[in-house]
Ligand binder design. Sequence first.
Ligand code: GAR
Length: 196
Amino acid sequence: TRRVAILISGGGSNMVALVQSMVGDHPARAVLVLSNNPQATGLAKAAQMGVPTAAVDHRPFGKDRAAFEAEVQAELEKAQADILCLAGFMRILTPGFIAKWEGRILNIHPSLLPKYKGLHTHARAIEAGDAEHGCSVHEVTAELDDGPILGQARVPVLPGDTPETLAARVLPMEHQLYPEVLRRFAVGDRKPVLLP
Ligand code: GAR
């Protein structure tokens, strides 16, 4: 059984979808939910589902990302995690950390990559007049929001959409896509999942 740690910064709705998917004959189980934000409401949700949690506040470390990451790494090792899922984790990880997890670290990003890396993806898709938008799960590499794409889900952009209405259409697709990609990834299947 693969041991999955999930990194969050906020509400953790993708984390909840991932945890709830890892039941029955699933090839993985959730061993840790870790947040850089001790106030993240996702931590309480994880605890309620019976998943161990940890908080490593990034703020006391200031600009010293490596020292922050050493604490995160210590928690991951304690939990004996062997797959790492970033799920609304809003800290940039250094190449040194990512190298330790190469081939074992996934992220979900709210755009059809390679479009709209970075922040404010929904606003940028609307601004560009795109007819389609969505989300992507990819392997994390040292380059931000880059790395092999393991799955994508598409939604239409509708007249009158705001970043909020569009986000509300994308998020449920994230909740379908990420568990489906993880289920396959856990058994070594990297063939892209395309939804719907
Ligand atoms: C999700 O939409 C996720 O794709 C996005 O943050 C949201 C987290 O929601 N991630 C990023 O923007 C990463 N740069 P959640 O906490 O409810 O899963």
